[in-house]
Write a new protein. Structure first.
Length: 119
């Protein structure tokens, strides 16, 4: 299983970015984590395979929207009203089951994509 994320970049505070992640092989419950410099990796959002379960971290709720297109095995993260504290490397994740929201519950990790929000 490979997860390929894209869409990161540099944006000013208040701006928007959309991340994409394509999964090769099977389609899973998919989501996003992020890791800022010097901090632990943290949960951002996830969506179950069928879309019936969606979870967000409190820090991004009402600003970020996760969605997916199973026809192309792709999950998206639309990030609006970005803040400097959203600056981090964002990782696409995949799991066969919906466990807790900890990084240890994730089965598959993609390579990260850098998101930098300037003030």
């Amino acid at each position: 299983v490979q997860l390929q994320a894209s869409g990161g970049g540099l944006v000013q505070a208040g701006g928007s970015l959309r991340l994409s992640c394509v999964a090769s092989g099977r389609t899973f419950n998919m989501g996003w984590f992020r890791q800022a410099a010097g901090k632990e990796r943290e949960f951002v959002a996830r969506m179950s395979w069928g879309g019936g379960t969606i979870d967000y971290a409190e820090s991004v709720k009402d600003r970020f929207t996760i969605s997916r297109d199973n026809a192309v095995n792709t999950v998206y993260l639309q990030m609006n009203y970005l803040k400097p504290e959203d600056t981090a490397v964002y990782y696409c994740t995949g799991s066969r089951t919906l466990g807790n929201l900890r990084a240890s519950a994730v089965e598959y990790w993609g390579r990260g994509t850098q998101v930098t929000v300037s003030s």
